[in-house]
Ligand binder design. Structure first.
Ligand code: AMP
Length: 468
């Protein structure tokens, strides 16, 4: 078995890796690290949770160790689609560079420009940024990219989904042409290959897992319910499962607060996380969750990628995602780094059933059905489309579902949810063409809100000068 010492990393770095508790490199690390140390461009694809972050941060640290940063001229740049992912990359960098004297700045929305400017003025070896915030700094002339020797584009497919590729292109035009570029994406499909051609030169292609497989460490189930009973079914699942901590995903941001209130009213402490929250509120929610002060986090797809909570025991899809790829990312929050996890998806209507069919096609497996009141018992056969009856699949306990047992507020919440679902159902009847944009997050970039070109419809002066 290959060890970290076989990959060509320095002794100082091996010491830091050891103190992080890593024993052996993951496949993406084993393949990427030697190539990156050689100075080659990389076009890498790896599932979330495969150790991708270390696969580029570790060799970068050794490469950057020779040399010093000058004021406002960062020596490397890591672009990530979301603030959360940028913050996580930054945390990993801190851990791995604990025995090196390297400097770093994190440029993300929701943090004061003053603090970030002060760091840039001192000079940084690594700049970790979301595209929108970096463009703001560039416009203000606070940072210059002409000294960047290594560029990392992380989660390129997510950048594409969020409409950030034009911003990334604008940024890369300001970088030296001769540089090393590491381009990572969860998938390497035709579109991503085409996009990557604008950034990488003769890259080494590293593909770790086939497209959209789910980790064997995640046990997956569907639980059949009805729109009216979704809240009860979710609570039954949470009660019958030994939930240490869980993400609960909703498709629409507006449903997140409703669900949190309903859980809270039933004695289940929950926090929210979605792109419309301020950065400080998002950080506070994540910190409470990470510190185990609250064990349920009701979230939009902003939490589906990148966020790494050690040992997350469960993922619940309160709504089945309409994009099957989102399912893979959502459930990839659990079962990470060798831990076991469970993922449950509530199937409440025909759209959900079609979405589950599409997911099963993508991941190449059938997801067994389970009873919300008795999750140990999977139904022997997955109900087929025509024979399926909602009554069969309903939660065993009807007492908990009885409207008389709910608080008046929850009754009205349930009513609203039913109405909402009815509206959505009407919108997405089978005759309609499938929407190309996904519900919820994808309507607007969930982060960098107000700071990307798309949002502000504003072109910074330095770019106007360039095109003039
Ligand atoms: P990532 O795919 O970069 O989000 O990493 C997923 C998780 O795997 C993180 O919690 C890392 O700390 C952990 N991890 C990364 N590399 C290793 C390794 N070689 N051994 C054990 N855990 C690792």
């Amino acid at each position: 078995m290959t060890s970290f010492a076989d990959l060509g990393l320095s002794d100082t770095l091996l010491k830091s890796i050891k103190s992080c508790g890593y024993e052996n490199p993951t496949p993406i690390q084993e393949k990427s690290i030697p190539i990156i140390l050689m100075g080659r461009d990389v076009l890498g694809s790896a599932q979330t949770g495969t150790g991708k972050t270390a696969s580029f941060t570790l060799p970068m640290i050794d490469i950057l160790d020779a040399g010093r940063a000058k004021a406002r001229l960062p020596r490397s740049l890591i672009l990530t689609p979301t603030r959360e992912l940028a913050a996580q990359v930054s945390e990993s960098f801190n851990q791995f560079s604990q025995n090196h004297g390297l400097t770093k700045a994190l440029l993300i929305g929701g943090v004061s420009f003053g603090e970030q400017d002060a760091l840039l003025d001192r000079g940084v070896d690594v700049l970790i940024a979301t595209p929108g915030r970096l463009l703001d700094h560039l416009e203000r002339g606070k940072v210059l990219l002409r000294d960047v020797k290594i560029l990392v584009i992380d989660e390129a497919d997510r950048m594409l989904d969020m409409g950030f590729i034009p911003d990334v292109e604008k940024i890369t035009k300001l970088l030296p042409k001769i540089r090393q570029t590491l381009f990572f994406s969860a998938t390497l499909n035709k579109t991503i290959y085409k996009i990557s051609e604008n950034f990488v030169i003769n890259p080494k292609i590293i593909e770790i897992s086939p497209e959209f497989t789910t980790a064997d460490t995640v046990e997956q189930f569907v639980c059949h319910t009805t729109p009216r009973k979704k809240h009860d079914t979710l609570r039954q699942l949470i009660t019958s499962e030994n939930v240490a901590n869980a993400f609960i995903f909703c498709n629409r941001k507006r449903d997140i607060a409703t669900l949190k209130t309903s859980l809270n009213k039933n004695g289940m402490d929950a926090e929210c996380l979605h792109g419309d929250m301020s950065q400080s509120a998002r950080n506070a929610a994540l910190t409470r969750f990470k510190n185990n002060e609250v064990k349920l986090l009701v979230a939009s797809d902003v939490a589906a990628r990148g966020i790494d909570i050690a040992g997350l025991s469960h993922v619940f899809n309160f709504d089945v995602p309409s994009n099957p790829e989102d399912y893979v990312h959502r459930i990839g929050r659990t079962g990470r780094a060798g831990n076991l996890g469970k993922a449950f998806s509530l199937v409440a209507n025909d759209d959900d059933k079609s979405a589950i069919n599409a997911i099963e096609k993508l991941i190449g497996k059938t997801i067994p059905s389970v009873d919300s009141g008795n999750t140990g018992k999977t139904t022997s056969k997955k109900p087929n489309k025509s024979a399926e009856s909602t009554t069969n699949a309903e939660p065993a306990s009807t007492a908990e579902n009885s409207a008389t047992e709910k608080s008046p507020t929850e009754n009205s919440i349930a009513k609203n949810v039913t109405q909402d679902t009815a509206r959505t159902d009407a919108k997405s009847s089978p005759r309609r063409k499938k929407p190309t944009r996904y519900e919820g997050e994808r309507d607007a970039p969930p982060d960098c809100s107000g700071s990307s070109f798309k949002e502000t419809e504003h072109t910074p002066a330095f770019l106007l000068n360039q095109t003039a």
